[in-house]
Design a protein around this ligand. Structure first.
Ligand code: GLN
Length: 195
């Protein structure tokens, strides 16, 4: 299995390291030629506006959006969640727009730059979450699976092939979330092979 990690800007190396500790092969997506033969996609944290622009400039935007729409498993963190969101609060910009949620950027304000909080994450139990100028989800379609909330705000959600997090599971040593995501890709591909 080979996971493509978007590597145009932001915290992509940390995801690669975590996947390497799990024995998973990764490829850095830096140009159009890189996006062939991937079984999953990681959209890392960083600056969503910059990432969105670079995706267009490098010719990766439309092919990646089609692949996500066609069911490519995606794990998006922070800026990645913003790239996937169908709507942003007070902002007409939409990037991929493939995830039926509304997201507030810098939702915790700029003063509260970063913080950690431990909260239950569906299927995994308590998980220590690191937030960095983080967004959160203000609204989600009815069929979106809410995986975690903090103070009533949605910080992790899954819809079909897309898992999106407001926090950074790649920082730190807890590999359970990446592990579970990789397992879900294996299960899905085994199911579709059986059909
Ligand atoms: N605030 C950033 C944005 O709006 C996201 C922050 C992050 O990815 N850590 O793109």
């Amino acid at each position: 299995m080979r996971i493509g990690v978007l590597a145009v800007q932001g915290a992509f190396l940390e995801h690669e390291k975590m996947l390497a500790t799990l024995g998973c092969e990764t490829i850095e997506l830096r140009q159009l030629a890189d996006i062939k033969n991937i079984d999953g996609l990681i959209l890392p944290g960083g600056e969503s506006t910059v990432q969105g622009k670079l995706l267009w400039d490098l010719g990766m935007f439309q092919p990646l959006r089609s692949m996500i729409r066609d069911g490519l498993p995606v794990l998006a963190t922070c800026a990645g969640l913003i790239l996937l969101a169908q709507h942003l609060v007070d902002d007409p910009v939409v990037h991929f727009g493939t995830l039926p949620v509304t997201v507030r950027r810098n939702a915790y304000g700029r003063q509260l730059g970063s913080f950690q909080q431990t909260a239950p994450l569906k299927g995994l139990g308590n998980f220590t979450m690191t937030f960095i100028r983080a967004p959160y989800i203000t609204q989600a379609a009815l069929d979106v699976d809410i995986l975690a909330t903090i103070d009533g705000h949605i910080v992790a959600a899954r819809w079909q092939n897309q898992t999106a997090l407001a926090f950074h599971p790649e920082l730190g040593t807890d590999t359970r979330l990446h592990e579970k995501w990789l397992e879900s890709i294996k299960t899905e591909s085994a199911l579709s092979a059986a059909v």
